[in-house]
Design a protein around this ligand. Structure first.
Ligand code: FMN
Length: 170
């Protein structure tokens, strides 16, 4: 699949088969995330890979009942490591560490699509609850459930027209 076919095909998946994502596949996904660009190449984020059923069920509660989080065989939590970026970039490190983690999560999502998995960016959750569950003081940026899609939406969600989105300055 070309990159452009992949971006056309990708859509958020919110329903997963029970089939597991094996260790090699998990490693491949993580390596894709690890290849993302980051400010100063500091990679100011952390990833928690969650397979534990009890923890996934708790994440559902922290994410306002988004049940598909527990259906996915694995959930990747991306955490912002603000301190790591701040040491070099001061105040700007707050933004950079958010962006570092966000880009890495996006790379993982695109890799998942390329490997035949589905995923969904989950941002609606109680931050403090998720941080407590993961026993971290770092800010959770996103939860990304990954697995074999049980259902794909029949058509992709629409997008704003480029005219509405883009301003050219010649
Ligand atoms: C920052 C962010 C937060 C999101 N949070 C959620 C969420 O909590 N639950 C959910 O089902 N989808 C969530 N999404 C997925 C969007 O709803 C989805 O990407 C959007 O509707 C476009 O659909 P598509 O991904 O299928 O193209 C989130 C996406 C982003 C980028």
């Amino acid at each position: 699949m070309t990159f452009f076919d992949l971006t056309k095909k990708r859509s958020s998946i919110r329903s997963f088969k029970e089939r597991e994502v094996n260790e090699k596949e998990v490693e491949k996904l993580l390596k894709a995330a690890n290849s993302a660009p980051s400010a100063g190449n500091l990679q100011s984020y952390e990833i928690v890979a969650i397979k534990n059923d009890e923890l996934k069920n708790d994440l559902v509660k922290a994410a306002h009942g988004q049940k598909f989080l527990s259906e996915a065989p694995i959930v990747f939590a991306f955490l912002q490591d603000e301190e790591r970026s701040r040491k070099k970039y001061g105040e700007r490190g707050k933004l950079y560490s958010t962006q570092d983690g966000t880009i890495a999560a996006t790379f993982l999502q695109l890799a998942a699509e390329d490997m035949g998995f589905g995923s969904c960016w989950v941002g609606a959750f109680e931050e403090d609850e998720v941080a407590n569950l993961l026993e971290t003081s770092k800010r959770p940026l996103a939860l990304i459930p990954v697995g074999y899609p049980a259902r794909r939406p029949s058509k992709n969600s629409g997008r704003r027209e480029l005219d509405d989105l883009v301003q050219f300055i010649d």
